[in-house]
Design a binder for this molecule. Structure first.
Ligand code: ATP
Ligand code: MG
Length: 400
């Protein structure tokens, strides 16, 4: 996999006034990257079609254009010494085009693997020769005629689209081949993968970061709880995670990032099964929601780490200095008690809780299921952080 670095000589490692970093995508991840980059003296340019977007409000320059607009891409490429992405489904061709003009990380080839569940599973299977951590048993379905031949051992299963799934969208649980047929029909016959439904004990993720010099760091393992397919809480250290499990997951994440020749922050999601075994689920080629706790609980946040990787500076210390519980704040909170009109949640009460760190993404229109912000509770003891998170749920009207 190519990690060539064009225009190496044009890079200024210090925060010179002319030094710009670029981001494809204008969501909250781009916004938090922007804040971290600006804190280190960089200027940030964001390319995103919507002129009103979380990262656009923070960036020094917003290029409001389609992700595939060649003129906009050339402009961004000429402006920035390095460009990254904040969302998974960035067109890989756009990253390739940008790479003709400047340093781009992660590369189009790394991102393409993460965008394709089948390519991703094939890659994980290759990594498992070293790490021993396999993906779930699965079979591809490109054509309805392939459904008959699906092995019974994959049932009950989950049918997932190969591309463009997120937050549990593009997935259907299926018990029989007939149900696969119906679901495949509903998905308009797009390429799918049928995965065996596994007995999950809990879910974990590991962030790793790798610099252009090939040196990598790995963060502690995070335990994640999802609700309605969306991340609900991340707890670090995970109350269920054994030392062995943490070691295997961290080693697997490092094997993945090195084998990819990846530059930047990468998140790898795993399942821990009821027998304690570890299964690798998917990777996100960017900072990740389950890594937001690093902003308040680690020496170097995932966003500062991404800035360092882009700027080809030494990577920062990934050590955790405080126990942490991160709670996602969804738009539902603005409509507590079946309110018809959006009502601002009681941030004053939330911030009165010990160890609370509130991050709001500057989105004006709250909608159910929309990620509006997160709060991370830090404490010396995990039990204290958990207690504060429970209190937050109670005062915000979230079922704990
Ligand atoms: P996101 O982008 O939010 O991570 P996604 O849409 O890419 O989600 P997955 O992470 O693959 O989808 O699956 C969403 C959730 O469904 C998982 O977090 C897990 O709870 C459950 N799930 C997925 N695959 C399996 C499986 N093979 N066995 C059991 N549960 C599964
Ligand atoms: Mg997932």
């Amino acid at each position: 996999m190519s990690t060539s670095i064009p225009r190496e000589n044009s890079f200024k490692p210090s925060a010179a006034p002319s030094t710009w970093l670029g981001v494809m995508g204008g969501g909250q991840l781009g916004r938090m990257f922007t804040h971290a980059a600006q804190a280190m003296g960089y200027k940030v340019a964001v390319l995103e079609p919507a002129s009103d977007c979380p990262a656009g409000h923070a960036a020094d320059h917003l290029i409001a254009a389609a992700y595939t607009d060649p003129d906009a891409l050339i402009k961004l490429g000429a402006q920035c010494v390095a460009i990254t992405t904040e969302f998974e489904n960035v067109p890989a061709e756009s990253l390739s085009l940008l790479a003709e003009h400047t340093f781009v990380a992660p590369t189009a080839s790394c991102v393409s693997i993460a965008q394709d569940r089948l390519a991703e599973k094939k890659f994980f299977t290759a990594c498992a020769e070293v790490s021993g951590v396999l993906p779930a048993p699965h079979q591809s379905i490109a054509n309805a005629s392939e459904i008959d031949a699906l092995p019974e051992t994959l049932f009950p299963g989950i049918l997932k689209t190969v591309r463009l799934g997120y937050d549990g969208k593009g997935q259907v649980r299926v018990k029989t081949k007939d149900e696969v047929r119906t679901a495949f029909e509903h998905m308009n016959h797009v390429d799918c993968v049928l995965e065996k439904m596994l007995p999950l004990a809990y879910e974990v993720s590991v962030l790793a970061a790798r610099g252009a010099d090939g040196l990598a760091v790995v963060y502690p393992i995070a335990e994640n709880v999802h609700r309605d397919g969306i991340l609900f809480t991340t707890t670090v250290p995970g109350p269920n995670v054994s030392a062995d499990c943490a070691k295997s997951a961290q080693a697997a994440a490092l094997e993945i990032i090195h084998r990819l020749g990846y530059v930047g922050v990468l998140c790898v999601e795993f399942f821990v099964l009821s027998d304690g075994s570890l299964v690798v689920n998917e990777m996100a080629p960017r900072p990740h929601n389950s890594g937001h706790y690093t902003m308040d609980a680690c020496v170097t946040s995932q966003f500062a780490q991404q800035v360092r990787a882009m700027a080809r500076l030494p990577l920062g210390d990934a050590r955790q200095h405080s126990c942490a519980v991160m709670l996602n704040l969804l738009g539902d909170l603005w409509f507590a008690n079946d309110a018809q009109l959006a009502t601002e949640p009681a941030w004053d009460k939330l911030l009165a809780l010990k160890g609370a760190n509130l991050h709001l993404y500057g989105k004006d229109d709250p909608r159910p299921g929309r990620k509006m912000g997160h709060v991370t509770f830090v404490a010396e003891d995990l039990a204290d952080a958990q207690k504060q998170c429970d209190a937050a749920c109670q005062l915000l009207g979230i079922e704990a």
